[in-house]
Design a protein around this ligand. Sequence first.
Ligand SMILES: Nc1ncnc2c1ncn2[C@@H]1O[C@H](COP(=O)(O)OP(=O)(O)OP(=O)(O)O)[C@@H](O)[C@H]1O
Length: 396
Amino acid sequence: MPRSSSRRHQIKFRTSFSNTIYDVLVGRGWKETDSETEWDVHWAEREWVYEVFDTMHLEPHQRINHFRNGRELCRKDLLVKNLKRMKRNLQRDGQVEQARAYDFMPLSFALPREYAMFVEEFKRSGGIWIMKPIGSAQGRGIFLFTRLSEISEWRTDPRHRGDKNNDDRAEPEAYIVQRYIDNPYVIGGKKFDIRLYVLVTSFSPLVAYLYRGGFARFSHTRYSAEPADVANNFVHLTNVAIQKTAENYDARSGGKKDLRSLKLLMASRHGMKAVDELFLAIERVIVNASPSLSANTKEDYALKCEMLNDAMDLVDVEAKLNGDEESVGGFDLIYEGGVVQHDPENCEWSTRLGTAIFRRPPSSSSGSGAAAPPHGNAAAAATSDDERQQHHQTTT
Ligand SMILES: Nc1ncnc2c1ncn2[C@@H]1O[C@H](COP(=O)(O)OP(=O)(O)OP(=O)(O)O)[C@@H](O)[C@H]1O
């Protein structure tokens, strides 16, 4: 795609969403269209892209928000399958150290297919396990258990049948069963997870950018791994969709703490170096096709709009980039066919505390050999299925 001159025509977008992404696209002065073919940006539903991608023709200037095979990394069972396969291949090739990098995933089995293997492991080791429907989001259908009989209920209960007509012969719904991490890092006694935004502009070679902003999603009930609390989702599941139904839910903060405050707090406990190292390790394991783009607070709305606006700059709809940028807005290149290694001699630590990566001073930004032009038609940042046709009030 020629990048020397900016395109002058009116940019047109298509979307069925009406949350932050809609506001951002309109805010850029772009025009909404219903046309099936005449658009520059299509912010589409994930399943739709998976279905039609192979039969659609994309012009070089057109951008769509999912890859055709995104579910290979973003559906829970396929992610497990691919991570296991990758690890096996590395072990087979004698790359022991690289294979070990895949140990971050707790022991997992795809049900019902690997039920017998799971039962063998469960009888051997016991403990707390977590069941997650393979294609769901927002904590829906997730539950913890400590006894096999609880799984038997899942196997026989019609509510968990793949066939919604309650056909007794239908297979139980597909789940991932995973060893539960029962000693999470807590703040104020509460469990949290972290929402980061990654924009993947190409899968071959893999090119990924990480956004500096993000937030932690907190539970509202103190963490406990006691048997009496195992069934209490308010203790164990940090999804906002779950937490907002808790009695003590704090609607003002939305249960969220921005990434910068989180890192400062952790730095005050452990030192900045430890926090930077932690976030570099996190960078190596981030994957998600559907971060919620709806907002439940003013801050949330501002963060998501700013992130999406920068994402639109990065996928270069208006053909304004040179193609060798390592940072665009809040997005920093972290992977381009391999981990982007910045020379510490030439770099300074980010002072924005968003992500812990080396940031090159502006004067030495060119000729690094690490940068890649943002390219490809797709960008893996999307919206949860539940957000279709919704406005700003929904949450993950
Ligand atoms: N193996 C595990 N050990 C401990 N906690 C877990 C484990 N797997 C998932 N969780 C917790 O369960 C909750 C839901 O997990 P996750 O966010 O992956 O589900 P989801 O339904 O796909 O949600 P979302 O759509 O918001 O990403 C989170 O609080 C997460 O920390």
